[in-house]
Design a protein around this ligand. Structure first.
Ligand code: GAR
Length: 206
């Protein structure tokens, strides 16, 4: 008989951490536990984790590093930490480093990302935060939303697990659209982790 347990996730953050907060607030009776919160810069999300009694780790790029060196450096350091905390899966919740190398292979099918648009539209390098919403408005879209997807070696390219849509309203600014989408993200991120836990239980008997 297959046994199942809550998956141990690391939540990766770079900013305000409202998606992390949604995962913390809704974790009761869910098939996941947050084993670690990891950041690539000092950010408010770390405070949220500390308030919730979750271990945190901060690995930022060192001065003078090229962007590609910084990505490798952060990815390697993170892999060590997720081993140390016996993590089953990674959840990118507003994490702004594009990960590279062994961590992507080792956690293949076990990393999810939340993106604030309806992928495959408005994704890829440079498409994060307000840039995404500005591009959606400039394109005259009538709807936007958020996407939870599996992470592969590309940027915002992995298979989509779920999306939630919102209308773009006349007179929207990037801020008002972001706020409408963020509310949906807080539901989507929890649904995404629950889906991931289900997939891992089926494929590996975690
Ligand atoms: C969220 O809107 C998330 O989708 C976005 O950053 C925000 C983080 O908010 N991520 C990206 O743009 C990545 N491409 P939070 O720190 O309050 O969770």
């Amino acid at each position: 008989m297959m046994t199942t347990r809550a998956i141990r996730i690391a939540v990766l953050v770079s900013g305000g951490g409202s998606n992390l907060q949604a995962l913390i607030d809704n974790s009761r009776d869910k098939p996941y536990e947050i084993a670690l919160v990891a950041a690539d810069r000092d950010c408010y999300a770390l405070e949220r984790a500390q308030k919730a009694g979750i271990p945190t780790v901060l690995t930022s790029a060192q001065t003078g590093m090229k962007r590609s060196e910084a990505r490798d450096y952060i990815s390697t350091a993170l892999l060590e930490r997720v081993h140390e905390y016996r993590v089953d899966a990674l959840v990118l919740a507003g994490f702004l480093t594009i990960m590279t190398g062994p961590i992507i292979q080792e956690f293949s099918q076990r990393i999810i990302n939340i993106h604030p648009a309806l992928l495959p539209k408005f994704g890829g390098p440079g498409m994060w935060g307000h840039h995404v919403h500005e591009a959606v408005l400039a394109a005259g879209e009538v709807e936007s939303g958020c996407t939870v997807h599996l992470v592969d070696a590309g940027c915002d390219t992995g298979p989509i697990l779920l999306q939630r849509k919102v209308p773009v309203m006349p007179g929207d600014s990037a801020e008002s659209l972001a706020e409408r989408i963020l509310k949906e993200e807080h539901t989507a991120i929890v649904e995404g982790v629950v889906l991931l836990a289900g997939r891992l239980a089926l494929t590996t008997g975690v």
